[in-house]
Design a protein around this ligand. Structure first.
Ligand code: BGP
Length: 483
């Protein structure tokens, strides 16, 4: 049955603390691991640091006013643990928590529903120094202390909580998303051990939300791509199923069934990569299952058969640092299981991410069929070079067309019964990309700065700003307007 978007559908957009806030060392905040990682990327690749980012810390009222102008009904952001607990644990930093109280109050005043992410890559550096951060099981206690504090603080204002951002991406790109010391770089089992600790933290957070927040809902925000077989050859189709098990179901089965996906678990055990699981861990995971799943979807993926004796082995995804199509450093390859590859049927962004709205429809239908829980999009967007014209405009028709086709895909999934809570593309304002600095932009609002010069971080409405405003005004009906 073809219906309109429901009246309470949450239109909005997303950001994360270290990518947007700046004020990295202000008002008592101390370093997070992202302050350290991004300082290093600045030195190595010239990408902006997180010190100023988009300076939302000082511009939050202006940003919320612009969100209101676009008609946002929600804003998904994350809380910086190192702003609230600069030492990772112990005493709260009053000025730090006050910032989030002010932010939430301002959102509520403007009828914008906050969707809060508890953890988005930015572990307090103090915990890395104390015991290696996510490398050590002691993280569970400190996470619980932090999560208990913020959930209690906002229990009456925040209904939707996303726990840990993108565990699947953290496993793939662990040095970008976590601080990993040199002598750990070859210890790949730790990737899955960290993920296991995150599963426990996720469960802890879900239980806290259920216990403390009246009507509260909790779920993970997962980096998730649909995976197609390169051809209809049975070997390729099987390879795609293997990739689906290890790259996707390994995470989502935990969130909804409270168990590790069998095929993925067996594969990891055979290769010495499986996490050590202590007594009681699986019980805790099973107690903290999710109410919804938040999806960060940018691109679909493609997999093909890879014979056991292929001689290739690249266990983790490649990255494109240059922003020139085709510069991707490699494709994840597990001999005897699967090999990821380029989908010849799809165009890509300049950073080699396949553009595929149908891939989103596919995964929404598939996930809803399998788990039957409501879904929300917490990230979706086009990373692109934007040009500020001499008369102060940004004509980002490429972004409009990307978003338009993805919104249509959400709608088609809903027409076939998928329950959707929200659509929050990445990103509300331009911000620091996790892998490519400031040049690769995603926002509806342009931030006037470069990688090496933060300037004044002036806010400028892009063409997509005016387009999205009309989309929201028409509750998703008016997608084809020209700007
Ligand atoms: C997701 C992250 C975001 C965001 C986005 C775009 O993986 O949750 O933090 O940055 O990807 O990716 P990138 O920043 O690498 O362009």
């Amino acid at each position: 049955m073809r219906k309109d978007f429901p009246n309470d559908f949450l239109w909005g957009a997303s950001t994360s603390a270290y990518q947007v806030e700046g004020a990295a060392y202000e008002d008592g905040k101390k370093a997070s691991q992202q302050d350290i990682i991004n300082k290093d990327s600045f030195e190595k690749f010239g990408f902006a640091t997180a010190e100023v980012a988009s300076d939302q810390y000082h511009h939050y009222k202006e940003d919320i006013a612009l969100m209101k102008e676009m008609g946002f009904r929600t804003y998904r952001f994350s809380i910086a643990w190192s702003r609230v607990f600069p030492e990772g644990s112990g005493e709260v930093n009053e000025q730090g928590i006050q910032y989030y109280r002010d932010l939430v109050r301002e959102l509520k005043k403007n009828d914008i529903e906050p969707i809060v992410t508890i953890y988005h890559y930015d572990l307090p550096w103090a915990l890395v120094e104390r015991y290696g951060g996510w490398l050590d099981r002691r993280i569970l206690k400190d996470f619980e202390h932090y999560a208990t504090y913020i959930i209690h603080e906002f229990k009456d204002q925040v209904k939707y909580w996303t726990t840990i951002n993108e565990q699947s991406i953290i496993v793939q790109y662990w040095t970008q998303k976590c601080f990993i010391p040199e002598d750990y770089l070859s210890k790949n089992q730790m990737r899955y051990q960290i993920n296991h600790y995150m599963n426990l933290c996720h469960a802890i957070a879900c239980k806290l939300v259920h216990a403390m927040v009246p009507g509260g809902m909790a779920g993970s925000a997962i980096g998730y791509s649909s995976i197609y077989p390169l051809s209809s050859r049975p070997e390729d189709v099987m390879a795609a199923q293997n990739a689906q098990a290890l790259r996707n179901d390994y995470y989502t089965d935990i969130y909804f069934k409270g168990t590790y996906n069998k095929a993925a678990e067996i594969y990891l055990k055979e290769h010495g990569l499986a996490p050590v699981i202590e007594n009681g861990d699986m019980e805790l995971i099973a107690e903290g299952t999710s109410d919804f799943l938040a999806l960060n979807y940018y691109a679909s993926e493609c997999a093909k058969y890879c014979p056991e004796d292929s001689g290739k082995e690249i266990r983790w995804s490649g990255v494109n640092r240059s922003g020139k199509k085709g510069d991707i450093s490699g494709f994840e390859t597990h001999p005897g299981f699967y090999e990821m590859c380029k989908n010849p049927g799809l165009d890509t962004t300049d950073w080699d991410w396949a553009i595929d709205p149908i891939g989103m429809e596919y995964l929404l239908r598939d996930l809803y069929n399998r788990y039957g829980k409501p879904l929300m999009i917490t990230e979706n967007g086009l990373g692109a070079y934007d040009t500020l014209t001499e008369d102060g405009k940004i004509h980002d028709d490429y972004r409009i067309s990307y978003l338009r086709e993805h919104i249509k895909a959400v709608k088609r999934a809903m027409d076939y019964g998928v329950e959707m809570i929200a659509y929050c593309p990445w990103s509300a304002v331009d911000l620091l990309s996790t892998s490519n600095g400031m040049k690769k932009r995603y926002g509806f609002i342009y931030i006037d700065r470069t990688d090496d010069d933060p300037k004044e971080c002036k806010r400028i409405r892009k063409d997509s700003f005016y387009w999205y405003k009309k989309v929201i005004e028409s509750n998703g009906k008016d997608l084809d307007q020209t700007i």
